[in-house]
Ligand binder design. Structure first.
Ligand code: ADP
Ligand code: MG
Length: 395
């Protein structure tokens, strides 16, 4: 199959070629014809399978320059909004379609300006509501609404804001829900917002050969040393270490750096400028190890990521799928390593209850025990106020 055989509008097709895309991925092959008919769609396919273009292509075909805001894409994180604008822009230029990103943590005035001239907007819920409240964004002409990472968007912490946004869009719209994980409750909720949706389901997990998964069982006092040892052994091109809390991410990054592994933490307690510069550096290979909260578990597409380390196991089993899905994207390979100690057993059991997951146990050989500074109190104090103010405080 070639994109040429999918009767895609000339301008969009030409942009796809210029960007080096010739063959649709499976999910694109299945969704594009459905979305072209204007139907609502729930789309589930594995991480890194090209869901963004799967809806971006048909939307781009339908929007018209100068006809106001016609498509709204809602995402859980600012970094993802920014990244998706870049993906959309690969196919927007030739048609003269303007795509804006709207997210918090940065000045609102420049956004107000671009909103006046954009046909497609990609944003996070809080800032979208902010613009709606100020009257600086108008959804009356929106024909396409996408909830990317839909299961996360309909989770507690987001659902109220997301429902407000949905209610602010016209009823006769096309609604699209996407994620690598679509639990049943999403299907049930979807009936409220969708009109007889079609379902596309491809695979749930990245192929085992491309993304082998391992775990170590280790006592808590040796966990950090094992992480440092594995990073030194594996020498990831880019490695992402996931922790469940901001304080842990800070502490691990500091301790890694003190032990000869240059690492930086990234989480929601940091300024947006800092977050963006860390991601930029990481993409460019200036930083090799990022220690992140679930802020980085959804949607991010950074081709150089070779290793995922789960220093903590995510409370929600689906988040494990998303975390490891930051590597082995678009047909490339990667490796996922989890480090368990006793307090992770319950969470890990929930992850392992998925029979299609194959996570092999490895025994650690001898490794040096490093000095580990808990640094806890000072850091907790620094982030505590924000910690309780923000709705995304888990990140
Ligand atoms: P998902 O949302 O399913 O996790 P993304 O939309 O982020 O995946 O796409 C993953 C990667 O695959 C991106 O780098 C994207 O540019 C690339 N990609 C998407 N479609 C194609 C295609 N048809 N051919 C080659 N690469 C593609
Ligand atoms: Mg995605």
């Amino acid at each position: 199959m070639h994109f040429k055989e999918m009767s895609i509008e000339q301008d969009v097709l030409a942009s796809l070629e210029t960007s080096g895309y010739s063959t649709p991925t499976l999910v694109q092959e299945k969704t594009i014809p459905i979305l072209k008919t204007g139907k609502d769609l729930i789309c589930q396919s594995e991480t890194g399978s090209g869901k963004t273009l799967a809806f971006a292509i048909p939307i781009m075909e339908k929007v018209r320059q100068g006809s106001g805001l016609q498509a709204l894409i809602v995402t859980p994180t600012r970094e993802l909004a920014l990244q998706m604008v870049q993906e959309f822009n690969k196919i927007s230029k030739r048609k003269g379609i303007r795509v804006a990103s709207i997210y918090g943590g940065v000045a609102i005035d420049p956004q107000i300006h671009v909103l006046q001239h954009s046909e497609i907007v990609i944003g996070t819920p809080g800032r979208i509501l902010d613009h709606l409240g100020r009257g600086t964004m108008h959804l009356a002409r929106v024909k396409h609404l996408v909830l990317d990472e839909a299961d996360r968007m309909l989770d507690m912490g987001f659902i109220e804001d997301v429902e407000k946004i949905i209610r602010a869009t016209p009823k006769e719209r096309q609604t699209i829900l996407c994620s690598a994980t679509i639990p049943d409750r999403v299907g049930r909720l979807a009936h409220r917002y969708m009109f007889s949706p079609e379902f596309v389901r491809t695979r749930q997990h990245v192929k085992q050969e491309l993304l082998p998964q391992f775990y170590y069982d280790v006592t808590e006092d040796r966990k950090f040393s094992l992480l440092a040892h594995l990073i030194k052994e594996e020498k990831p091109h880019l490695g992402l270490v996931f922790c469940n809390r901001r304080t842990t991410a800070d502490i691990i990054a500091k301790n890694l750096s003190m032990n000869g592994v240059h690492a930086y933490a990234i989480h929601g307690g940091m300024s947006q400028t800092r977050r963006e510069s860390l991601i930029r550096e990481f993409k460019g290979g200036g930083i090799h190890i990022l220690v992140a909260t679930d802020l980085a578990s959804r949607g991010l597409d950074i081709p150089g990521i070779s290793h995922i380390f789960n220093y903590d196991i995510s409370e929600k089993p689906d988040d494990y799928i998303h975390r490891i899905g930051r590597t082995a994207r678009a047909g490339k390979s990667g490796k996922a390593i989890a480090l368990l100690c006793q307090r992770d057993y319950d969470a890990f059991r929930r992850v392992m209850s998925d029979p299609k997951l194959n996570i092999q146990r490895l025994e650690a050989g001898p490794f040096p025990i490093l000095r580990f500074l808990p640094l806890r109190e000072r850091l907790r104090f620094r982030h505590s106020k924000r910690h309780f103010q923000r709705q995304d405080r888990r990140w």
